[in-house]
Ligand binder design. Structure first.
Ligand SMILES: [Cu+2]
Length: 140
């Protein structure tokens, strides 16, 4: 058994259908009703909206609240899909410090951005609008 299995189970159990529906609705507003109708398949569907077109593994959420990323740092298995959601009233962006993935557009309130991290390593990122906002993802 891999050492991260218990943590992954905990994180997955923390995922509820509701935020996935919210993400589907906000990311694909023009097709919101369609997204809701296909909610059961939203995880696979949303993989296609990630900057990375690779096969998505489990999804992990990072919330932006009060100008901070949480959880931070976040440890995930390789191939994990990372979904950031902005819960602030201010716009934020997600920028990889090393250019490991394409930067997000400005995220308005409740907007999300996703990317897939395939290679083990440490991924530092920050908000391009507020560079003091920094985060780290460890991919194992
Ligand atoms: Cu910001």
């Amino acid at each position: 058994m891999k050492p991260f299995t218990p943590a992954r189970r905990t994180l997955l159990s923390a995922l509820s259908v509701t935020p996935l529906l919210l993400i589907a609705g906000t990311r694909r507003g023009y097709a919101a009703s369609n997204a809701v109708r296909h909610a059961a398949a939203s995880t696979a569907d949303m993989a296609h909206t990630a900057a990375d077109s690779a096969q998505a593994g489990p999804s992990y959420r990072i919330e932006i609240h009060n100008f901070a990323f949480s959880p931070n740092p976040l440890t995930v298995p390789k191939g994990a899909r990372i979904v950031w959601t902005n819960r602030d009233d201010e716009p934020h962006t997600i920028v990889s410090a090393a250019g490991a993935f394409q930067a997000s557009r400005a995220l308005d309130t409740d907007d999300s951005f996703a990317t897939v991290l395939e290679q083990p390593g440490t991924y530092a990122y920050f908000c391009g609008i507020h560079p003091m906002m920094v985060g780290k993802i460890v991919v194992r």
